[in-house]
Design a protein around this ligand. Structure first.
Ligand SMILES: [Zn+2]
Length: 288
């Protein structure tokens, strides 16, 4: 298996934790294994949650973890000047316009909590003008069909849009593009042909495959997707960016060495051989 490019794509919405570190190391290790260049992409479209200290934390963590990036920003200044998603806003907006021109979207007045209760389906039949202020735009997924997903070392798989992805938002109430649009447009823009992400994002992968079909961008369906297990806390719960004592910033501040952090990652990931460095993560990966 050979690939040209994969990426690490953190959102700067909190301090990175051991689960993020595991995801970074897995992606970088797989990139090495398959000869892919590793791009750093920081998903900062959500400017409310993106904070400078969280962007700085991403660079500090990569350096601490001894993970080398081949492409993308080398520091926060270069990120803001050359790589922020704000600079690619016209690309995202063009994609959303294409969807609108082809009748794939409708305006929705519902708040996020109302939509979660299922009220979004009413707006679809109200023909609300797309330029009505304060509306989000949803993709009409009524005709969603089986999609094909490529995974490493496996035959192509048929995948289906998850129930909670029905009529997902492509343009937010504030007018900015939603995550699924930015991620899809960026992966095509940067020439990514291998996406490594946690299995909590499988539903997003399928949503993006459907979006690519609506946008007639067949190149996206040629991307290979590898979904890895998420790292869970010792209690078996999902790690969150707000959880203090699993954040790399906390661990570094309390004198943990890089070897100790990798040991924790290895233990939580259930890797049987000893793990004390990035090189050990590289040795542990198995791509079916
Ligand atoms: Zn609605």
């Amino acid at each position: 298996m050979n690939f040209a490019r994969t990426r690490i794509a953190p959102t700067p919405s909190g301090y990175l934790h051991l689960g993020n570190a595991y995801a970074f190391a897995m992606t970088a290790a797989i990139a090495k294994r398959v000869g892919a260049r590793l791009l750093l992409r920081i998903d900062d479209m959500d400017r409310v949650r993106a904070r400078p200290e969280f962007i700085a934390d991403i660079f500090a963590c990569l350096s601490f973890l001894e993970i080398q990036i081949d492409e993308g920003p080398r520091d926060a200044v270069e990120f803001e000047e050359l790589y922020s998603q704000r600079l690619r806003l016209p690309l995202y907006e063009a994609a959303i316009k294409e969807l609108a021109a082809q009748g794939h979207v409708y305006a929705c007045r519902c708040s996020r909590s109302e939509a979660a209760r299922g009220c979004a389906r009413d707006c679809k039949h109200e023909s609300i003008a797309l330029d009505e202020p304060g509306c989000s735009w949803r993709l009409n997924t009524a005709n969603a069909h089986a999609l094909t997903m490529k995974s490493p070392g496996k035959a192509e798989q048929s995948v289906y849009l998850a129930d909670d992805m029905r009529d997902f938002v492509v343009r937010r109430k504030d007018g900015y593009p939603a995550y699924q649009i930015c991620s899809l447009v960026d992966d095509l823009h940067f020439g990514v042909d291998l996406v490594v992400r946690g299995d909590d994002l499988l539903a997003s992968t399928v949503a993006q495959l459907y979006l690519a079909a609506c946008l007639q961008r067949p190149a996206f369906s040629q991307i290979t997707f590898y979904h890895h297990r998420l790292l869970l806390s010792p209690q078996g719960t999902k790690l969150s960016k707000s959880a203090g004592d699993t954040s790399l910033q906390y661990l570094r501040a309390h004198g943990k060495t890089v070897a100790e952090v990798y040991e924790s990652i290895g233990r939580l990931a259930g890797i049987r051989r000893p793990v004390a460095s990035f090189a050990d993560i590289c040795k542990s990966i198995e791509l079916n």
